[in-house]
Write a protein that binds this ligand. Structure first.
Ligand code: NAD
Ligand code: UDP
Length: 338
């Protein structure tokens, strides 16, 4: 495997994965419609790696331009990051989410079949487990319904990919269920660049720390957890990117369908994250306790033994490393990537 089409490759996780691909001798080709990213990311990838990656601006839902990319490059595998990902927005605009996330995946699969491209890695999410019956979550835990339209698109796309693989046996499908990706490239050139008020914990804390927001709003401190705040499995985006490289190596062995949790296997509470951030940066993070956020679960973390055994992959960084890198990115890009 050599040439890898990366859909959504200018986004937070995609751009980091493009760097990991280059570092591991692959030739990435990026397609992205820039709906949640900037073309300047390409220059930054070049600064970090010394390589100008081919980039085609297109919407993966548009069959014809996508077909041209498959005709121009001899694609060996696709990593499919392209998708909308804001949980709250998906509740307000469910049709937009179903349209974009499902249509892009269907169109991509159709064109892959046409060009006989037999490997796909899909960005799924821990959200497919819905409200967990127990933690840590393993890949065999039930996937029924997510708690919002965004999560529901992930459940549906997983099913579409599984059904397609069942009918087209030569297709190799990896469903990667990410837990909570945080951190940034250690150079501070690439990282998470959310529009407007961040919904996720890490970018919110970083914006409080640079004085852009007054205080962190901690959503609830009466959960049945040791300090009462919610527990998640935060994984450094550099580790996550490496997980994709390990998965491509696995697909080379024609495994058919494979499913992996990508997390650290360790839960961290909101208050522990605040302390990790303060330890990493020396900056105090003022916070206030608010009522719980609708739809939040108390505790959610992964059992990652399967990825460790079958991919030989494990997260190397901890939350202090991730907080340091996230803050470095935030300081260097106070108004995001321009
Ligand atoms: P991101 O928004 O930074 O990146 C997604 C990229 O896809 C963006 O550059 C956007 O412009 C592009 N895109 C969206 N729709 C497109 C379309 N129709 N055609 C072409 N490009 C399109 O998000 P991210 O955090 O890098 O997430 C990447 C993937 O991982 C997404 O599918 C997301 O749902 C999934 N995921 C993310 C998280 C997370 O917390 N970040 C967790 C689990 C799963
Ligand atoms: N959280 C918080 N304040 C914020 C954002 C998040 O207290 O401004 C908490 C949230 O309740 C959850 C954890 O931080 O317990 C992670 O939230 P995030 O939105 O980053 O991830 P998700 O809930 O999707 O796992």
């Amino acid at each position: 495997m050599h040439t890898i089409l990366v859909t959504g490759g200018l986004g937070f996780i995609g751009s980091e994965t493009v760097i990991a691909l280059i570092n591991n001798g692959y030739e990435p080709v990026i397609v992205d419609n820039l709906s949640n990213s900037k073309e300047a990311v390409l220059d930054r990838i070049e600064t970090i790696t010394g390589k100008r990656v081919p980039f085609i601006k297109l919407d993966v839902c548009d069959e014809e331009p996508l077909r041209k990319v498959f005709a121009q490059y001899k694609i060996d595998a696709v990593i499919h990051f392209a998708g909308l990902k804001a949980v709250g927005e998906s509740v307000e605009k469910p049709l937009l989410y179903y349209q974009n996330n499902l249509m892009s995946s269907l169109t991509l699969l159709k064109v892959m079949k046409e060009f006989d491209v037999r490997n796909i890695v899909f960005s799924s999410s821990a959200t497919v487990y819905g409200v967990p019956e127990r933690v840590p979550l393993t890949e065999s835990d039930p996937v029924t319904h997510a708690t919002n339209p965004y999560g529901e698109t992930k459940v549906m796309i997983e099913h579409i990919l599984m059904d397609t693989q069942a009918a087209w046996k030569e297709l190799n499908v990896a469903l990667l269920r990410y837990f909570n990706p945080i951190g940034a490239h250690p150079s501070g050139l690439l990282g998470e660049d959310p529009n407007g008020i961040p919904n996720n914990l890490m970018p919110y804390i970083s914006q409080v720390a640079i004085g852009k927001r007054d205080h962190l709003r901690i959503w609830g401190d009466t959960y049945p957890t040791p300090d009462g705040t919610g527990i998640r499995d935060y994984i450094h985006v550099v580790d996550l990117a490496e997980g994709h490289v390990a998965t491509l190596k696995k697909l080379d062995k024609n495994p058919g369908l494979v499913i992996y949790n990508l997390g650290t296997g360790k839960g961290t509470s909101v208050l522990e994250m605040v302390h990790a951030f303060e330890e990493a940066t020396g900056v105090k993070v003022p916070y206030k306790i608010y009522p719980p956020r609708a739809g939040d679960v108390a505790e959610n973390y992964a059992n990652c033994d399967k990825a460790s055994e079958e991919l030989g992959w494990k997260a190397k960084y901890n939350v202090v490393d991730a907080c340091r890198d996230a803050f470095n990115f935030q300081k260097k890009n106070p108004d995001g990537i321009k």
